[in-house]
Ligand binder design. Sequence first.
Ligand code: ADP
Ligand code: ASP
Ligand code: MG
Length: 406
Amino acid sequence: MALRVQKYGGTSVADIEHINHVADRVQKAHDKGDKLVVVLSAMSGVTDSLISLAKQASKRPDKRELDALLATGEQTTAALLAMILKSRGYKAKSFLGFQAGIHTDKTSGKARILDINGQNIQSALKEGNIAVVAGFQGADEDGTITTLGRGGSDTSAVAIASSLKADVCEIFTDVDGVYTTDPRICSNARKINKISYEEMLEMAILGAKVLQIRSVEFAKKYNVPIHVRSSFSEEEGTMVVNESSDMESVVVSGITCDMNEARITLKKVPDQPGVSAKIFTPLAEAEICVDMIIQNTRSGGETDLTFTVPKDDFEQAKEISHKVAKNLGAVEILTAEEIAKVSVIGLGMKSHSGVAATMFQALASENINIRLISTSEIRISCIILAKYAELAVRTLHTAFGLDPEK
Ligand code: ADP
Ligand code: ASP
Ligand code: MG
């Protein structure tokens, strides 16, 4: 008898018909004798609608109340699935994040799970229940409801799987696995059978939203095997596990595209010690994650500093930058929202040279101008104009030999 944690994403619970379909799958696994913890997202589109309601209520919604509101999306689906299972004669019990013992820090909107007290779920399982957990949420030490950031139900599922020492964490979604690139952008994308935590983590960080970043971090840290698969077919999906010798040996294993960043340039900043700290400390204090940073040297003791931030934090980052700029004395600020970050990722890069050259040549062959570049041991990222993003992804997919053999 296996203990399985299954997570179903928004499109898999889009309406009652879909939730009934999820109940069929859950029922099937339960009938085979497996113990099941089912983690659910909100119905697709619901989290966005709740955000839009909040914005109608207030220009800058209070973060605590926004979390209380957003958590209702998952509360709805968890209760509905438990109801359906019970009406079919199964023992089931739904749990909100805090009832499932998910204890987080206090960072509203992007809280981190600190620990999980699995007692309630354990007892429910012992009594023969299917445990249904509302994903994406927890509570801080004061009992305040928190949410885990967009896509956070993946992290709920992996964290629960880790705390219960489950045999597998299955992430059911609307594609049948992790692909070499987003299959919705590139029709040549291929399904990967097995991918290492390390590569999956880079792909998630760089924009492949199929798994939330923190879910992969968690899985890597606690060795939780993840099976990403489709909720609409029986096909085997992608295993996300430790690196092993039977993984495909390619230099580049995936391409990603992230349209969720915006660029800020501070021009004519004094070229003196401490200036960068003055710019980035207030951004850090506002919990804004700065991604790429480039400093150009200019003549006359001045420099230009460019960085990217998540689009969600763009307005706040601009406000902060203007304030800092004023204090630093007459610097000019340029901003751009219509940008995309395309990246190539692969463990093979550690031991291969020429990957950057191939990437730049491929982009040049389509006349795509590169605005910013950053690299790590296993990836290279370029910021380009958003309108070229899909073309860039397809071009790179071909250039790195990822297209299927004809
Ligand atoms: P869910 O609602 O089930 O959590 P998401 O929309 O968060 O689903 O994630 C699935 C989506 O991720 C897919 O529909 C696909 O468009 C996108 N995606 C981006 N990159 C990849 C990739 N490399 N492999 C698979 N899917 C990807
Ligand atoms: N419903 C949340 C979102 O849309 C969490 C999730 O689906 O994972 O981001
Ligand atoms: Mg998701």
